[in-house]
Structure formats: structure tokens, C-alpha cells
Design a protein around this ligand. Structure first.
Ligand code: GLN
Length: 546
């Protein structure tokens, strides 16, 4: 039977609850204890798929096609598991499910209430994931902050679980922030006390409190939290801000969190082995020569919108023992002859995913720059559409080549709906989502990168390469290096006469892991790292002559 760890958050949001969940997973996994994770999101959207990246950051897609919160990406990267739909639960899903059951008459005329009907539905989700994953420990992050109205049913369900599975099989971890007062130069524990009180009022006594702070946490503060919040002294775990998220498991381990969880939950572990993480952090902290990459996107003001892309670049950079100098370029600034001087300084250009017309012409300009100046280019989903539009304009000799997403009346719809998709109107749940197979063409850059001919990658899009233009673009030098097994869909394409210009219809960034960079990111950085740009100097050969 699986055991459960519930992780709640106090005081403010964005204190790093997701990274704490992911790190607890790492610590347990390093002891050969199998883990999985689940995120409970209190909002009423059924999934974050239709939310703006500005509101919600990146939408992370699981292999089985769920559109989820970006925290799931961190769980996958830290725990190195591929999660499924069951790992993402929102209030919207729960309520719509309960109401659908009521409409069907499943409750036989009963009055439907938050307790027990909604809470039972929530508990079913916990148990379903436990059953499906067969993990020793299911770690569940309760989204939002304790005290939020919307989060109450989730907390109530978490509370009820204690009696169902027994005290040894459940653990409550509360992550809080200790604010620093500049005037008195001290960390304050009162907000933590209040949020623990709030939890207790709901019936949950935390077993462990993880204290986030930008400043060192003294013994005195730990004692105080232990006393006022009624938590063992060793169960007050300080987590001061570190320079890389990949250090968090190491910090928590050092503070004894691993042992504490093992003892409290009576788990049977192997000795911990975090050497891979130690090496990773050591490498991150070693000075390395930078590679300058431009990320040309439409949501760059909120960098969380590209969370997995940035992480995948990091993994690839570390593989090459280099440092990432990432320049965030808002694509709109490149439009209407805007200043493109930044492109002249970068060694690679990446155009990530996105929706809607805003900023598209700026991305097309970046792709044009990459093609004409032979700068490595990686296009991800929308980034492939952009590359095809740019190449289409060149190959067809018309500025009007476009995707019907951006110009429904273009005479050259190089990207379009497939004939069987036409007429779709609903926005939620109408995309091609999750893993689809793709056959790679021998000798292509894509095949070289993957080192295999059949791959599966995660998708999230509506529009496709328009097959009517395949031949004409091919004649001008486009290579279709990855196709769906039936040959109908273009999944990967490349520009032949170019050092490395490749784009894919899927999202490779979701599959990249620290220590195992995604092959396309790895080879993109591999090509970019040796490019010399304006102002850069090749090392001068040392000669005795001078
Ligand atoms: N907007 C494009 C489509 O719907 C690309 C989507 C994406 O980049 N994820 O097909």
C-alpha cells in the first residue's frame, strides 16, 4: 500500500512548494523508494490548457496528453518519472465530475455537499494515483496557500486521509516563508505561527515545517517555531535561498529531512545516493565559458512561460560544460524594422511554442536572420510553423506565405488545419495532445541526434504542415526528417544548406532531464557553441614570433 505525504504552503504563494515536493521525491528516490507526485490546483478551470501563459506560466504536457501545471515538469525532472493525467487535479475537474454524476442520478436523490461528496471525489483521485503508480510514496502538493477559500476541500480531504490510511502512512509537510525585517534585522516567525494555526483549525497538525528564507535561520528561530507550532525541533527544516533549484534536494538532505521522513513513515530504505546531484551542482557552480542564445518569444516578460525550455537549455549546456547566457527577446520588438542588433551577437536562436498572431512577424524575422546568416536555430511547435512560414516565403517568392492561424485568407497556407480538422470551434480539449510516434529519416540531423529511427514525443497544437507545399519547399532545400508513421504529418523539418536549422512539431523540452539532455537541445547547443559572433575573438594562437 502506498503512503502519502501532503505538502501545504503558508504565508505567501511562490515560496517553492513545488520544488520542495520535487526535492522530497529526489531524496526518497535516492534511497530506492519509489515515488510519484500529484498537484492539486484549487482554481475552477478544468485544466490550465486555456489559461494565458501570463496568468499561469507554462502549460506542461504529460505523455498521455494532460495539460497541467508547470510544477509537474519539476516533479518529472527531479524524480525522473513520466507522470500521467492522474497527477493533475483541479477543483474544476472535481466539481464537474461530481455535478455530472448528480445529473446522471448516481446519488439517488441525495443532497450533494462539499463534505462528503466533493471530498470523497478528491480522495478517490489520491487513491487512483496510488493504485496506478504502485509507488511506495505518493507526494501531493496542495496548491495555493492555507487559508484560501478555494483550497479548503483539498485540505479537508487530506485531513480525512489520516484516519483512512493510519498515522504511520501519512505525513504533513508545511512550507512557509520567514519574512525579513530590515529595520530590526530579524526574521519573523509570526506569519508561520498564524498559518500553522490556520492548518490546525482545519484539523491538520504539520509533522514537518520547511522554512524558506533569503537569510540564514538561527537556532533561536528554529526553537521558537518548534515551540509555538508544536513541531519537533529537528522537524523545523531551514531552506535558505540557493543559486540553483537543483541544490534544494542536497540542502534538505543535509538538514536531515530524508532521515526524518524515513523514520516518521517507517519506510525501509537503502542508503541514500545523491552523488549524481552533487556532481550536477558542482558543475553548475564551476565557471564555464558562456554560449549566448536568444529566445525569441511572445511571453518573455514572464519567464515561467518557458520554464521547461529554459531547463532543457540548461541540461544541454551542462552536457557541453558551458554556461548559458540566455537573452530573452520579445518578438514584437523585431517587427516593423525594429532593432535586431541583439541577433548579431548570439550563437543560436530558439523560437518556442505559442498561440495567436501577436509577435509572429518578429519571430519570422528571427528565423530569416538565422537562415541567411547560418546561425543555429531550434524551433519548437510554433517555432516550426515560423520556420516553415519563413522558408515558404523564400521558396515561393511571396511574402504572403503564412499559417491560417495568423491569416485565414493567405494564398499560400503553408501551415493549416488538416482537412479533417476544419470546422472545429471549441477551444478546450481540441488539440493534438501528448505522445505521438514519429519516424526519422536516416542521415538527417534529427536521426543523428536521437540515434534511433522511431521516437515518441509530446504534442500540443492544432495546426500542421500543409502537405500541398511539401514538394515545392523540398525543391528549395527543406528536408522532412521526421514524419508520422503513415507519412501524413511532418513532425521534424530541417534546412539543408545550413549548419543546424531544425524545427519540430512536438515539444522536446518536456522530455529533457538534468544529466540526460534532450538530443535536439544537446545538438543545438553543440552547433551553437562554436559559432563566433560580433565582438567575440577566437583564441589567438600563441607563437614565439611575438
Ligand atoms: N499555435 C500553434 C498551433 O496551435 C502552435 C502551438 C504551440 O506552439 N504549442 O498549432
Amino acid at each position: 500500500m502506498s503512503k502519502y505525504i501532503f505538502v501545504t504552503g503558508g504565508v505567501v504563494s511562490s515560496v517553492g512548494k513545488g520544488i520542495t515536493v520535487a526535492s522530497i521525491g529526489t531524496i526518497l528516490k535516492s534511497r530506492q523508494i519509489s515515488v510519484t507526485a500529484q498537484k492539486l490546483d484549487p482554481y475552477l478551470n478544468v485544466d490550465p490548457g486555456t489559461m494565458s501563459p501570463y496568468q499561469h506560466g507554462e502549460v506542461f504536457v504529460t505523455q498521455d496528453g494532460a495539460e497541467t501545471d508547470l510544477d509537474l515538469g519539476n516533479y518529472e525532472r527531479f524524480i525522473d518519472v513520466n507522470l500521467t493525467t492522474e497527477s493533475s487535479v483541479t477543483s474544476g475537474q472535481i466539481y464537474s465530475h461530481v455535478i455530472a454524476k448528480e445529473r446522471r442520478g448516481d446519488f439517488l436523490g441525495g443532497t450533494i455537499q462539499v463534505v462528503p461528496h466533493v471530498t470523497s471525489e478528491i480522495k478517490d483521485r489520491f487513491k487512483k494515483l496510488a493504485e496506478k503508480s504502485k509507488a511506495d510514496v505518493v507526494i501531493i502538493e496542495v496548491g495555493g496557500t492555507v487559508g484560501d477559500i478555494e483550497g479548503l476541500p483539498f485540505l479537508e480531504a487530506a485531513r480525512q486521509m489520516r484516519n483512512e490510511v493510519g498515522r504511520d502512512n501519512i505525513l504533513y509537510v508545511h512550507v512557509t516563508l520567514l519574512p525579513y525585517l530590515n529595520s530590526t534585522k530579524e526574521l519573523k516567525t509570526k506569519p508561520t505561527q498564524h498559518s500553522v494555526n490556520e492548518l490546525r483549525r482545519i484539523g491538520i497538525q504539520p509533522d514537518i515545517i520547511v522554512c524558506r528564507s533569503d537569510y540564514p535561520i538561527s537556532e533561536e528561530i528554529r526553537n521558537k517555531i518548534s515551540l509555538f507550532c508544536d513541531v519537533e525541533r529537528k522537524a523545523v527544516i531551514p531552506l535558505t535561498t540557493v543559486s540553483t533549484i537543483y541544490q534544494v534536494p542536497l540542502v534538505l538532505e543535509e538538514e536531515g529531512l530524508g532521515e526524518l521522513i524515513i523514520n516518521k513513515m517507517k519506510l525501509k530504505p537503502q542508503p541514500p545516493d545523491l552523488s549524481q546531484w552533487q556532481e550536477l551542482v558542482k558543475l553548475i557552480k564551476t565557471p564555464r565559458e558562456p554560449v549566448k542564445i536568444a529566445l525569441v518569444g511572445k511571453y518573455v516578460e514572464l519567464q515561467d512561460a518557458y520554464f521547461s525550455v529554459r531547463e532543457a537549455l540548461q541540461h544541454a549546456i551542462l552536457y557541453h560544460s558551458r554556461d548559458l547566457e540566455l537573452v530573452w527577446v520579445p518578438s514584437e520588438t523585431l517587427e516593423n524594422d525594429g532593432d535586431d542588433s541583439v541577433l548579431r551577437t548570439v550563437q543560436g536562436i530558439i523560437v518556442p511554442g505559442g498561440f495567436g498572431i501577436r509577435g509572429i512577424e518578429g519571430m519570422v524575422r528571427a528565423a530569416n536572420y538565422a537562415r541567411e546568416n547560418k546561425i543555429p536555430y531550434l524551433g519548437l511547435c510554433l517555432g516550426m510553423h515560423v520556420m516553415v512560414i519563413e522558408f515558404g516565403r523564400y521558396a515561393l517568392g511571396s511574402k504572403e506565405a503564412n499559417s491560417t492561424e495568423f491569416n485565414a485568407d493567405t494564398p499560400y497556407p503553408v501551415i493549416d488545419f488538416l482537412p479533417d480538422q476544419k470546422g472545429q470551434k471549441i477551444k478546450g480539449g481540441t488539440m493534438r495532445l501528448g505522445n505521438y510516434p514519429c519516424k526519422l529519416v536516416d542521415g538527417s540531423r534529427a536521426a543523428k541526434a536521437y540515434g534511433q529511427s522511431l521516437i515518441e514525443e509530446r504534442h500540443r497544437h492544432r495546426y500542421e504542415f500543409n502537405n500541398e507545399y511539401r514538394e515545392r519547399l523540398e525543391k528549395a532545400g527543406m528536408v522532412y526528417s521526421g514524419l508520422s508513421p503513415d507519412g501524413r504529418l511532418v513532425e521534424v523539418c530541417e534546412v539543408a544548406d545550413h549548419p543546424w536549422m531544425l524545427a519540430c512539431q512536438f515539444h522536446p523540452e518536456f522530455g529533457s532531464r538534468p544529466g540526460h539532455p534532450h538530443p535536439l537541445f544537446r545538438d543545438f547547443i553543440g552547433a551553437a557553441k562554436d559559432i563566433l559572433r560580433e565582438g567575440a575573438q577566437p583564441p589567438l594562437p600563441l607563437s614565439s614570433q611575438y
